[in-house]
Design a protein around this ligand. Structure first.
Ligand code: NDP
Length: 321
């Protein structure tokens, strides 16, 4: 067995990302005996690993915890020969075949690449927010909810993520104030209704966060908020702020190498083919949230991971393994 990835023979398939899309691609590729290498990336397990109960993934009538679902997928992929590696992409050369993937000091050579790096939490990008990440500012309710016991906290956003976080955090926090920048909520009616009905969740609409207070103390003390209608500013004393304002695709490494849309999502032709200037890039496929700004569901990510793996199989058949 070679010690380093660099010494490994040319791979048939490297998968970037170990969320629902990447692991489904790995299951399919592994069952086709392609021995996929899965690079786990910055957020191993992807977004499911930081979510709670998943009630809409077919096959679990009572729901399943996101991290458990991901663990099951990992087991399923490794059972058939997938190799999971911690680490992230440090460089990529798509100009020649085999494709060269830089992982730390190692260069992995591969005939095909599946990009399933997903999307990461969006921040407000206020200096005070950035200064307090990990000190009361968080984008992961599942990770940090425990620390909010008996505290008054805020959740920012008006979509399903914000509702889900707010509802989850009521298990710990004394009171959750949900702050939405407009009067309009993107959340699905059922999620919004659940949050509205909860006695420990209060809503502040048409309100923006101007500053997170507590930078000097390195501990969130409150939020300076602004009512967009009246222009009035006021302080909400809270000890935590959770962001639930959507995601940014993890495709920066492909800027200039692949066609991306205006928000940085990979523009995938016919769902899985990557392109540059509209021309298909042979052997390079994309799946999951990195190319899906519309559906962004675990099941759609899994479906597109399957499609990408089937395309890899076909590509290798056509181009000789
Ligand atoms: P969405 O894009 O649906 O919502 C983002 C929210 O954040 C909007 O209310 C948006 O406001 C607000 N926002 C964005 N940027 C800022 C900013 N800079 N400052 C303040 N507010 C901001 O993202 P979600 O992550 O909520 O959902 C993404 C997808 O995932 C959806 O399809 C959703 O249904 C799905 N999902 C499903 C879940 C489930 O079924 N359990 C759980 C979580 C997500 P504005 O409207 O003004 O732009």
């Amino acid at each position: 067995m070679p010690d380093t990835l660099t010494e490994s023979p040319i791979r048939d398939i490297v998968i970037l990302g170990s969320g629902c899309a990447g692991l489904t691609a790995a299951i399919y590729a592994a069952r086709s005996n392609l021995k996929p290498l899965v690079l786990e990336g910055h957020e191993p397990g992807g977004q499911l690993s930081i979510t709670t109960l998943v009630e809409n993934f077919p096959g679990w009538p009572d729901g399943i915890q996101g991290p458990e679902l991901i663990e099951n997928m990992k087991k399923q992929a490794t059972r058939f020969g997938a190799e999971l590696r911690m680490g992230h992409l440090d460089g990529i050369d798509l100009s020649e075949r085999p494709i060269k993937v830089q992982i730390g000091k190692d260069t992995v050579r591969t005939r095909t690449l599946v990009i399933a790096s997903g999307a990461s939490a969006r921040w407000l990008n206020l200096p005070s927010e950035q200064a307090l990440i990990g000190h009361g500012v968080s984008s992961c309710a599942t990770c940090d909810g425990f620390f909010t016991r008996e505290k008054e906290i805020a959740v920012i956003g008006g979509g399903d993520s914000a509702m889900e976080e707010a509802l989850f955090l009521t298990r710990f926090a004394k009171k959750v104030t949900l702050i939405n920048r407009t009067e309009k909520f993107r959340a699905s009616p059922i999620m919004l209704e659940r949050a509205v009905a909860h006695p420990n969740i209060e809503f502040l609409s048409n309100t923006t966060v101007e500053e997170v207070l507590g930078v000097e103390e390195q501990d969130v003390k409150g939020l300076r908020l602004k009512n967009r209608g009246t222009g009035e500013e006021f302080v909400l004393p809270v000890s935590f702020m959770f962001l639930g304002i959507g995601h940014i695709p993890n495709a920066r490494a492909f800027t200039g190498l692949l066609d991306l849309d205006e928000d940085g999502y990979i523009l995938a032709k016919d769902d899985v083919y990557t392109t540059l200037h509209g021309e298909i890039i042979p052997g390079v496929f994309a799946c999951g949230d990195i190319k899906d700004r519309k559906y962004r569901q675990a099941i759609t990510a899994a479906g597109s991971g399957c499609m990408a793996a089937l395309e890899v199989e076909k590509y290798l058949e056509d181009h000789g393994q």
